[in-house]
Design a protein around this ligand. Structure first.
Ligand code: NDP
Ligand code: GUE
Ligand code: MG
Length: 283
């Protein structure tokens, strides 16, 4: 029997806990504050930012969406980030990607106060994750949400083989680090990987984050594997679909995430959770 991992339901459970923590903070006179900076008019980004704002507001987080024109200069954007760095009512700062060409995303991320880096993209926080340092630090929300999903399953990760397909800063790399920190044996695949199918067929846990619709098919998956589909792709008809051919693969797996309703809602719930973490850690 295949378990379809219900990201919407799990996100509800995470959000309920977050809401309670927000209430407890408010009793101490503190309100978690989240700033989402969006530059230009990428339609997908606009939808994600709206979803984040709605969820934050529902949970009692003070959500500010700062919309900037694509013509904003690097210096102006850095100055805006700095105003939030020094604003004590702000606990989390997120710069929605992609940024318009001409803006240096790495430099902007590096300018965020690491203690307010709610995306976990600052090099200091990336380093802490990869070194598996003890202590509190923010990490990328999508892979953290995936870890919450994996921990919700009745399986042990230690010693099992994880294959991560994709090596982006937002998903693949931090995902590989978190699975390694969970004592898994981790392989990371990318565009130069030879015999991808042979590798993915050895995965006990397979995480796919490529942006290639239905890259992973039934033949690419080991029976009984856990498959996590991060993709937010469009099929021939413009419908939202994942990097995994769900219908073919699902019957072979122990557990699988659907798209939509899988990793996406967990990313947003984890962003809210981490905003509250940052507020608590700042006390
Ligand atoms: N649900 C959520 O919360 C989120 C969903 N997403 C979605 O996840 C997907 C991936 O996003 P993101 O990581 O930002 O994407 P990127 O485009 O930054 O990275 C894609 C990665 O996949 C690799 N890749 C691409 N094609 C292949 C292939 N044919 N075989 C093997 N590897 C391949 C690339 O390899 P190389 O490095 O060699 O080029 C690259 O490392 C997208 O659909 C995105 O929309 C992203 C973030 C959050
Ligand atoms: N700085 C930054 N941080 C991010 O976290 C970030 C980013 N930039 N850029 C873009 C990606 C993408 N991302 C998603 C968030 C929610 C859904 C989501 O809610 N998905 C729903 C529904 C989507 C729909 O219906 O269109 C689902 O899968 O069910 C998806 C994708 C965050 N990202
Ligand atoms: Mg994120």
């Amino acid at each position: 029997m295949t378990t379809i991992i219900d990201g919407k339901q799990l996100a509800k459970e995470v959000n309920a806990k977050t809401k309670e923590r927000v209430s407890a903070l408010k009793e101490r006179g503190r309100v978690p504050g989240l700033v989402v900076i969006i530059v230009g008019d990428d339609p997908a980004s606009a939808i994600y930012v709206r979803n984040k704002h709605r969820k934050a507001t529902q949970l009692g987080i003070n959500s500010i969406v700062r919309e900037l024109p694509a013509t904003v200069s690097q210096e102006e954007l850095l100055a805006i980030v700095e105003t939030y760095n020094v604003d004590p009512s702000v606990h989390g700062i997120l710069v929605q990607s992609p940024l318009p060409v001409g803006l240096d995303e790495q430099a902007i991320v590096a300018a965020i106060d690491p203690a307010k880096d709610v995306d976990g993209f600052h090099p200091l926080n990336v380093g802490r994750l990869f070194a598996n340092l003890p202590g509190n630090h923010p990490v990328s929300c999508t892979p953290r949400g995936i870890m919450t999903m994996l921990h919700s399953l009745p399986v042990h990760l230690r010693g099992k083989h994880a294959v991560v397909v994709g090596r982006s800063m937002i998903v693949g790399r931090p995902m590989a680090a978190m699975l390694l920190n969970a004592d898994m044996t981790v392989s990371v695949a990318h565009i130069y990987t030879k015999n991808l199918s042979e590798l993915t067929r050895t995965a006990d846990v397979l995480v796919v984050a490529t942006g290639v619709a239905h890259l992973i098919k039934e033949k690419d998956v080991k029976p009984g594997a856990i498959v996590i589909d991060v993709g937010m792709d469009r099929d021939e008809n413009g419908k939202l679909t994942g990097d995994v051919d769900f219908d073919g693969v699902a019957e072979k797996t122990a557990a699988i995430t659907p798209v939509p309703g899988g990793v996406g809602p967990m990313t947003i719930a984890t962003l809210m959770e981490q905003t509250v973490d940052l507020c608590e850690w700042s006390e």
